[in-house]
Write a protein that binds this ligand. Sequence first.
Ligand SMILES: [Zn+2]
Length: 94
Amino acid sequence: MTSPRAFLRCPHCDTAAVVRTSVLHSKLLRESLLQCRNALCGHTFSAYTEIVRTVSPSACPSGDICLPISSPAERAALSTGGAEKPMPPAKARR
Ligand SMILES: [Zn+2]
């Protein structure tokens, strides 16, 4: 049995971080307080988790949720592990 991948890694030492607490700002945005598991580092930081796109539509959609559908290129990047690498800045939409 494999362990799940870390939600986030410490930006300083690249060790897995654990979520200590979080607050829901909206249905699409959560802010979490994380702590690095490396005792020699001890970095504590906050991060936002934002739902930004739909990959596969919901079978029971909510009328107050409006998300763009991911493009084939975005789906390909996620399925090949491209999300583990830093992504270039998003292009501005007009
Ligand atoms: Zn660390």
